[in-house]
Ligand binder design. Structure first.
Ligand code: TRP
Length: 337
């Protein structure tokens, strides 16, 4: 069996970084028809680990993220889209997995460490937040997922999941499937910089192009994109390293030959930013136009979207309950079976 599980926290709308880093890959995997099951999870419980005081944000973004999923081409007939908090088995599994993990191991998780620094939690780290990699291990194993397509920042989570799986299997017998990470093969896509040239496109940094941005907004954002500050006159030789416009062309343009020629021309001098940006905008619009069209179909029908989530959640519940039963049996806590 080849099973995929992945997901996102509903803390905001999804952007181009999510798209090239993970969403585009998911859709490709879905349409390859090589996978037996695909589960896509909206991780609202994980979002609450650092948004406990802001339930409205999480609630509103359930629909935003679902719309983003459907608009990029995830299809409910092929991919089960569901909501994490509605799957009780995940929380039971988490409780048992927590016994197999030390606090010091949790504190060493590089992604969690980064987030703690970023959020200025310092000494007031919510316990649930520190433990979210363990709940993520539950998310993955509850579906017997062996392939987890995610962005690079999630690789410490996969590593920790694999440790938990090995430990549990060692103690209770071969019960859990050990998952593998699936990263985008395009290096540029693994960490898309923001339009300001900063290392990462991120809502907090305010440097995103959202999948739901309209054409006018995208044009304005491309216009203000960071290029080469030393490239003043069109005739000046320009730099392409750190020049976001070229980075985005690498991530989005299928026509590698044209991009290579433009890079060469830019470096030689004589190619202006305005022209390159115009070309990038065309390329981005090729991606975004069909996404906007699909979004428009669903946007006017939130009830249909909620029905998709409800049906997906029922399917997910069935699978996760089966795996939970299997684990409980192995742990000898299946008293009434
Ligand atoms: N941590 C992921 C994120 O920040 C969301 C997530 C939760 C996830 N559980 C998962 C991703 C399981 C992959 C597999 O977006």
């Amino acid at each position: 069996m080849k099973t995929i599980l992945t997901g996102d926290r509903p803390t905001g709308k999804l952007h181009l970084g999510h798209y090239v880093g993970s969403l585009r890959e998911r859709v490709k995997l879905q349409n390859s028809n090589e996978y037996d099951k695909i589960f896509i999870m909206i991780a609202d419980a994980q979002a609450l680990t650092d948004h406990a005081d802001n339930p409205s944000t999480v609630r509103e973004n359930i629909l935003n993220v679902a719309l983003d999923y459907l608009s990029v081409g995830l299809e409910p007939a092929k991919s089960t889209i569901f909501i994490q908090s509605q799957i009780p088995a995940l929380f039971e599994l988490t409780a048992y997995y927590l016994n197999l993990v030390t606090v010091s191991r949790l504190e060493r998780n590089p992604t969690v460490k980064n987030e703690i620094a970023q959020k200025n939690f310092e000494t007031s780290i919510p316990a649930g937040f520190l433990c979210y990699p363990v709940s993520q291990a539950a998310d993955i194993t509850a579906f017997d997922a062996n392939i987890v397509p995610v962005g690079e920042d999630q690789s410490p989570m996969l590593e920790q999941t694999r440790e938990i799986v090995r430990k549990l299997n060692e103690i209770y017998g071969e019960v859990l499937v050990e998952p593998n990470i699936f990263l985008s093969s395009n290096e540029t896509c693994r960490r898309l910089p923001g339009i300001d040239g900063k290392a990462k496109m991120s809502k907090t940094l305010g440097n995103c192009i959202y999948l739901s941005d309209d054409a006018k907004t995208v044009a304005a954002k491309v216009k203000e994109m960071y290029t080469d500050p030393l490239h003043i006159k069109v005739s000046d030789p320009g730099h392409i390293e750190g020049n976001v416009v070229f980075t985005y062309l690498d991530a989005f343009c299928e026509d590698k030959k044209t991009v290579a020629e433009m890079k060469e021309h830019y470096q030689r001098g004589g190619l202006g930013d305005v022209k390159v940006k115009k070309f990038l905008l065309e390329v981005l619009e090729e991606t975004l136009t069909p996404i906007r069209q699909r979004r428009a179909e669903y946007e006017n029908n939130p009830a249909e979207v909620m029905k998709i989530l409800k049906d997906g959640t029922a399917v997910a519940n069935e699978k996760a309950s089966e795996v939970l039963q299997r684990v409980k049996r192995a742990m000898k806590i299946n008293y009434f079976e």
